[in-house]
Design a protein around this ligand. Structure first.
Ligand SMILES: Nc1ncnc2c1ncn2[C@@H]1O[C@H](COP(=O)(O)OP(=O)(O)OP(=O)(O)O)[C@@H](O)[C@H]1O
Length: 257
């Protein structure tokens, strides 16, 4: 059996007395695209932050290629190949596009590789090339999302974790971003973990999904299975059954509890 690229074993993460992650275990194989879905407050962002070292867990293990990295500093986790694209992008507004991308390559010494990765990002996101000398704060929301993805890519991640990349974007821009995420996976061999509120877009691109509720994973299945699930249709895709006279049925109970 191969060692997963990322494994979480019984993670518990708290904010003071509040338990945000209540014992999550999961495995992510190299080369895959997986999505983590869940309602507001389910713990998705906290889980990603626990993986990247932005928040410490109180219990459990985070393993990258079988090596324990839980509660290590974010730069140590990044050096193991984890690139975190946080919710809300968090680009540096008073630095240019190019400077933001250079920061992503911090610690790298391979000048040729850095130059090649700049070109890769500019080929995926031509807008960034056009605006490479502009302040990041003047970019549109979609361009800032592109820059956040580009900056993470400059760190040569083997696993990219993206927190709600479609937040605030038009359907067209969301499609553009998701197409590039798919290409980064297929062409660059980067494994992708995608947290999304846009369940339809995420399930279209991912091979496997995890459903989170109040700090736990309540469902873990290939996306084909999730798309066929009545619970997923009802609660995440808004495709509830409609009665013969057009009235909506009583809201059904979720069966995964
Ligand atoms: N800084 C914080 N201090 C205290 N509680 C927090 C903090 N951040 C998050 N929480 C709580 O932790 C739980 C999980 O929050 P988290 O942001 O991880 O959820 P989420 O699934 O990412 O939600 P959303 O989809 O709204 O971003 C929630 O109950 C939230 O209120």
């Amino acid at each position: 059996m191969t060692t997963p690229l990322l494994e979480l074993r019984n993670i518990e993460t708290f904010y003071g007395p509040i338990m945000a992650i209540a014992g999550v275990s999961l495995k992510i194989e190299a080369g895959s695209i997986v999505t983590i879905l869940g309602a507001n407050g389910a713990g998705k962002t906290t889980l990603l932050k626990t993986i990247s070292g932005a928040i410490d867990c109180r219990k459990g293990k985070v393993l990258i290629d079988g090596e324990e990295v839980q509660n290590r500093a974010p730069d140590v986790v990044a050096s193991k190949g984890i690139g975190h694209v946080p919710e809300g992008r968090e680009v540096f507004p008073f630095m240019t596009v190019e400077e933001n991308l250079k920061l992503g390559a911090w610690g790298r010494r391979d000048r040729d590789g850095i130059a090649r990765d700049f070109e890769t990002i500019y080929s995926y996101f031509p807008d960034l090339k056009t605006k490479r000398r502009d302040m990041a704060g003047f970019l549109s929301g979609g361009q800032q999302q592109m820059l956040a993805i580009g900056r993470a890519f400059m760190g040569q991640p083997r696993l990219m974790i993206l927190d709600e990349p479609s937040l605030g974007l038009s359907p067209l821009l969301t499609k553009t971003i998701f197409d590039i995420i798919r290409r980064i996976n297929a062409e660059q061999g980067v494994t992708i973990v995608l947290v999304e509120q846009n369940a339809q877009a995420a399930l279209n691109v991912a091979e496997h999904g995890f459903i989170m509720e109040v700090g736990r994973v309540v469902m873990d299945a290939p996306t084909g299975e999730l798309l066929a699930s009545d619970d997923i249709k009802e609660f995440y895709l808004g495709q509830s059954d409609v009665g013969v006279r057009g009235e909506k049925r009583w809201k059904k109970r979720k069966t995964w509890r």
